[in-house]
Write a protein that binds this ligand. Structure first.
Ligand code: ATP
Ligand code: ATP
Ligand code: MG
Ligand code: MG
Lengths: 256, 256
């Protein structure tokens, strides 16, 4: 039975896509079978693997509008054991189209049922908003991972996101739980990072992953080569952090 | 007659709010009368001035749902000559509510007509999406400013944004034009910044502002003190860059 994880935060640029790409790669490197669903109309997760979005006739928009199944829209990446359902520009019209659709919040959940016994983990990369696409991802998921940039503005939206998670849990998906908050782009040279970390750990305690992702230029260079940072530069601080995050998640699963 | 400028890019975390706050402050410092409309449900522009969102009964959501006028929802900031219409969490429901409203794309435009002769510039800080809130801002504006982080993923969404601007220009607002692309968070130590700059200036030429905003930690610290960076540390590279951007804009206006 796949564990479906929505990677979500309505604050923009906090590392949702970067975490989806690199954590999924690290989990696949540890032997898990992993699927990424690129649920952002920008399609950054798709491009991050060097896939040409204009050639993806079968894509996540076609899946949620029931023009094809998830299995038909799966593409292999260069990482063994890691597949992706790509996003294309059509998805940006998808949100408004879904507003008046039947069972609009369950489109993704119903589509993913078909691959429940194929993958160990499914990561859904969400857009920076709390609209119907994110609601679909939260309804399909068992857990939510919240990347949080260690900057002032990033803290602000967290309570709004938690309220939305509660709302979805109450009326659409009772199984939904917070997997954890992941601190990203941590910069040791910048006091603000330390202050934000202390504040977040103070408020959320064990709900914050031990692993912290450092700001590391190799991480932001990797997508321009169409590769996850683990393939681009496996020894850099960014790669090591995502590997230790994968180990932290796999260890917790073992304990459950 | 106010010049209304939408600050927009659906890519998250590229510096839309930071540019709105600090450019508006710099323009006010040069003697212009300026209004900021915080049109992002996260309300970062509101908090960036130390305003308590929970106390703003009159806000931009009330304005676009016609519960009050813009004039009633104006708050003064600590910067002389700079006012703001704050955003609150109610705005996140606003987008879905607008879908079936009459003249849904013109709500902001109609509301701002009331203050057309009060302000020289109105800056609308947009959320990271191309939904109805951004469409409202593009319909109300004469110009669009596009902050672009000098990173790989940030380049990807530009053509989608330009397509949306064309669409709005054709069917909702024939006066709309691109004011310019502003390169932000430029980091001299990172090759990627230089590559992105060369690429963007190569493609867009004069449509890219000469002024480039450097990555500067003082800029990201300022909002935690509830101040624009020009009030927090007027001599830092971030403040100087936003002042030179204001001068570049005021000079262009003089030439028109
Ligand atoms: N650890 C890191 N070190 C350095 N740069 C990073 C790191 N993580 C992400 N970045 C860069 O920061 C930018 C924002 O990251 P990313 O696009 O993953 O965020 P996002 O939350 O998915 O954004 P959006 O809200 O637009 O979907 C990207 O240019 C990315 O390359
Ligand atoms: N020139 C800069 N130097 C350093 N940090 C910056 C700079 N500009 C913005 N930042 C920081 O980067 C983060 C993203 O900036 P900001 O919130 O303004 O982007 P945005 O495009 O408005 O994001 P969103 O898409 O969520 O609305 C913030 O934490 C901000 O403080
Ligand atoms: Mg993303
Ligand atoms: Mg913003």
């Amino acid at each position: 039975m796949s564990r479906i994880i929505a990677v979500s935060n309505q604050k923009g640029g906090v590392g949702k896509t970067t975490t989806t790409i690199n954590l999924a790669t690290a989990m696949a490197a540890c032997g898990s079978k992993v699927l990424i669903v690129d649920f952002d109309p920008q399609g950054n997760a798709t491009t991050g693997f060097g896939i040409d979005k204009t050639k993806c006739e079968k894509n996540v928009y076609a899946v949620i509008t029931e023009q094809c199944t998830v299995k038909e829209a799966i593409y292999h990446t260069d990482v063994p054991g890691l597949d992706i359902v790509p996003s294309t520009v059509h998805l940006s019209g998808g949100e408004i189209e879904l507003v008046s659709a039947i069972a609009r919040e369950y489109r993704l959940k119903n589509a993913l049922a078909e691959v429940a016994d194929v993958y160990d983990y499914v990561f859904v990369d969400c857009p920076p908003s709390l609209g119907l696409l994110t609601i679909n991802a939260l309804t399909a998921a068992q857990q939510v991972m919240v990347p949080l940039q260690t900057e002032f503005f990033a803290m602000e939206g967290i309570s709004q996101l938690f309220r939305t998670i509660e709302l979805v849990k109450r009326s659409l998906n009772p199984n939904l739980e917070l997997m954890g908050v992941l601190l990203t782009m941590y910069d040791r040279r910048n006091n603000l990072s330390g202050l934000v970390e202390a504040d977040v750990r103070g408020h959320l305690g064990r709900k914050v992953f031990n692993t912290v992702i450092p700001r590391n230029v190799r991480v932001s260079e990797a997508p321009s080569h169409g590769k996850p940072v683990l393939l681009y530069d496996v020894h850099c601080p960014g790669s090591r952090a995502y590997m230790s995050l994968a180990a932290e998640i796999l260890k917790t699963k073992a304990e459950v």
